[in-house]
Write a protein that binds this ligand. Structure first.
Ligand SMILES: [Fe+2]
Length: 261
């Protein structure tokens, strides 16, 4: 199968994948092999996507979410998360405190959009391009993160305070994988901040830049041009995702999270 990144991650399917009797087992196997999947025109409604994903484990039903999803659109002008601004590559759940194992991003509406692609990085393979000394520093020291967005989406104890967390985290029976969100580009409105713990700003910037260069290298990234009905399923312990800034009449994506049971 032709993968969506040159590094061998990502595979694209049509709706018929969901119509097989053993589609849940098949998708689990495909996710283990490809880290993320795109299913074109998969569902007619976000609720159908939520019901389907509920077969993989408990759906995150936090009070900031409605019917198992957060609709991310560009209507909220006072925050970065739900806006038309860029969101750097990240793993879901770090600043909300949920152990998210599987992320589904479903396209509800996409009209007259310029930019606004969702992109996914084959992060564990990309990590092989980061100097070993930088990876070692991340493993040893961990990271400090802070939520700066004005919405109520993040946990209160993470807002406006530096919070230490490991740069790698393991899911059962797996090796530890990257557990972070890259910092925003300089000057960009921020949803969060991130730095390497225990080193000066110069060294932190250097490590995060080498990480960013590897994660965003063409070899490891897939950019998705959305059509309504598409869903991207991402193993949240194997790949990172982000959003390009955009201008749009309407761009509505439903973020659905399966959490560790
Ligand atoms: Fe996300």
């Amino acid at each position: 199968m032709k993968t969506l990144t040159s590094s061998g991650a990502g595979a694209m399917f049509e709706r018929d994948l969901l119509q097989q009797s053993d589609s849940v087992a098949t998708i689990r196997t495909l996710l283990d092999e490809y880290r993320f999947l795109v299913i074109k025109r998969a569902f007619d409604h976000a609720n159908d996507a939520v019901s389907f994903l509920a077969q993989f484990g408990p759906i995150n039903e936090a009070s900031t979410r409605t019917d198992g999803a957060v609709i991310v659109d560009n209507q909220a002008n006072d925050e970065v998360f739900r806006s038309d601004l860029a969101l750097p590559l990240h793993k879901d759940g770090i600043l909300t405190g949920f152990d998210v194992v599987l992320v589904g991003i479903y396209c509800v509406e996409f009209e007259q959009v310029t930019g606004g692609r969702t992109y996914v990085s084959d992060s564990e393979r990309a990590l092989t391009q980061v100097p070993e000394s930088d990876v070692e520093l991340l493993r040893e020291n961990g990271l400090e993160g802070m939520a700066v967005d004005s919405g109520d989406y993040y946990r209160e104890e993470y807002v406006a305070k530096w919070h230490h967390f490991p740069a790698f985290k393991a899911k059962a029976d797996r090796a530890p994988s990257l557990h972070l969100g890259l910092p925003h580009a300089p000057g960009e409105p921020e949803s969060w901040r991130l730095r390497v713990a225990g080193v000066d700003q110069r060294r932190s910037d250097e490590v995060l830049l080498s990480l960013r260069n590897a994660l965003l290298d063409d070899e490891y990234v897939y950019y998705h041009d959305w059509s309504p009905g598409d869903i991207i399923l991402i193993d949240n312990y194997a790949a990172l995702h982000g959003r390009e800034a955009f201008k749009a009449q309407s761009r509505k994506l439903a973020n659905i999270q399966v959490v560790n049971s």
